[in-house]
Design a protein around this ligand. Structure first.
Ligand code: HEM
Length: 443
């Protein structure tokens, strides 16, 4: 309200409808830190890597998860790691961190490749008609994270979990466009709670079964969550906390990775020269067998292609914090309670840090060219103490899935296709990603 009202309304509408071009324009016109009046109050947009480092790392104690995005996510994820704050977050992070240790992730490598092979066997890469790769990749990454969470028990629950979790994704994406949609007792919120309750029922059953058979150690994340103990106090988590963490890992851990895979497939179809070099990598490193964890250090091109794809199309394109107390970022005063937004999607194309920022050039991530780059010029997984806990899981999964698929198939966009990124909670291809699938004649 007040004289800024028309500006605030205009900004809110532009952000809701054209966030990507709007954010880029703001950075170009106003610089590295911009205060934007919106109908939800003033927002501070931080574009410079120094500012990002200040918020997520150097002065992270002054910033908490808050605002509308956190509110919407909390409706389904409760007090899980992604939405939690303060001492409760720290305690949970300490309990869960060891479960996501690099060595632990290595144990999931086989599961990731096997799931991808089984998914191909089930006919998910139908070569007879165009497919929506966004749908397909979401199905694959959801089944991988669920198998990692629940082990073999997943089979009986698959359908229910898939239906409920796509409903949650759909409604949360809508809520992003229409603030308040899920805050009021709308039919949408009713449907969201119904889907969430389905997941609660499934996860509660699995927790109860695991608690009964606690003596048998299972090598899945759910068992590890139930067995996690604080080193000092020896205490573990309540069933409700485990449930929130399970839902968090399911939701945070699949659509992001599915998007990273989609953008990579699109970019490779647009750059057949790099696609051909990838295929050579698979022929020389794998010689026809399926990729394993141990192959990853040799699949160097796969790794940098993925990194470059997440530079241009970061699945977590924006994320937010709220200032607990007043502060200063790069000489600008930050008011107590200020809502801070950071945009990998904008900083990753900042011309002070990237040459020809819009060009797909995976070699940027070769060790020689990456040396000396600002740590926060590239932050697809965030940074500081709240850095993505699943980053190793995601990188391992994406590389193994890509190598399994691309050593066997070539994927092509439909003629004239123009794939437009849609910034919802994650950055996804608007209307899906239609592609055709062509098997290579010989492996
Ligand atoms: C946090 C990105 C995959 C679980 C985050 C954050 C980012 C991110 C940017 C930090 C958000 C913030 O600071 O506000 C991604 C991307 C992924 C991915 C781009 C895939 C390419 C995964 C996977 C899992 C996961 C596979 C789990 C299996 C989490 C959790 C948090 C988180 C639990 C919250 C951590 C905390 O606050 O302590 N992710 N993520 N993510 N991610 Fe991921």
């Amino acid at each position: 309200p007040g004289p800024l009202w028309p500006t605030a309304a205009r900004n809110t509408i532009r952000f809701a409808h054209q966030a990507l071009s709007f954010v880029q324009e703001l950075r170009e016109r106003y610089g590295d830190l911009v205060t934007l009046p919106t109908m939800l109050g003033p927002w501070t947009l931080v574009f410079h890597p120094d500012g990002v480092r200040h918020v997520v790392q150097e002065n992270h104690k002054n910033y908490r998860k808050g605002g509308i995005s956190n509110h919407v996510l909390r409706l389904t994820l409760g007090n899980g790691l992604l939405t939690n704050n303060g001492d409760s977050w720290l305690q949970q992070r300490r309990l869960i961190q060891p479960i996501f240790h690099r060595k632990q992730i290595a144990a999931f490598g086989q599961l990731m490749t096997e799931s991808t092979l089984a998914w191909i066997e089930e006919g998910n890469l139908d070569t007879s008609q165009p497919l929506d790769l966004f749908q397909q990749m979401s199905g694959l990454t959801l089944s991988i994270v669920c198998k990692a969470l629940f082990g073999a028990d997943m089979v009986g629950y698959k359908k229910r979990v898939f239906v409920a979790s796509s409903m949650i994704n759909y409604l949360e994406a809508q809520a992003f466009y229409v603030p308040g949609l899920l805050s009021l007792p709308t039919p949408q919120r009713h449907r969201l709670y119904k889907a969430r309750n389905t997941l609660y029922t499934v996860v509660d059953e699995l927790i109860a079964e695991r608690r009964k058979s606690a003596a048998q150690s299972e090598n899945d994340l759910l068992t590890m969550l139930l067995q996690a103990r604080d080193e000092e106090t020896g205490l573990g988590m309540s069933d409700q906390q485990v449930r929130d963490e399970v839902l968090t890992l399911m939701v945070a851990g699949h659509e992001t990775t599915a998007n990273a895979l989609c953008w990579t497939l699109m970019l490779l179809a647009q750059h057949p020269d790099i696609e051909a070099r990838l295929r050579e990598e698979y022929i020389s490193v794998l010689s026809g067998r399926a990729p394993q964890m141990e192959d990853l250090p040799q699949l160097k091109l796969t790794r940098i292609v993925l990194e470059e794809s997440m530079r241009l199309y970061p699945p977590a394109w924006a994320f937010a914090r709220q200032a607990i107390d007043e502060d200063e970022i790069g000489g600008y005063r930050i008011a107590k309670g200020a809502y801070i937004l950071m945009f990998p999607v904008a900083t990753h194309r900042h011309p002070d840090f990237w040459e020809q920022p819009d060009v797909f050039d995976p070699e940027r991530f070769s060790p020689e060219r990456a040396a000396g780059r600002h740590r926060f010029a590239y932050f697809p997984f965030g940074g500081g103490p709240r850095v993505c806990i699943g980053n190793q899981f995601a990188l391992t999964e994406a590389q193994l899935v890509l190598a399994t698929i691309l050593s066997r198939y070539q994927l092509r966009l439909l003629p004239g296709a123009n794939i437009v990124p849609e910034p919802l909670i994650t950055l996804r291809p608007r209307g899906g990603l239609l592609m055709t699938v062509h098997p290579y004649k010989e492996l």
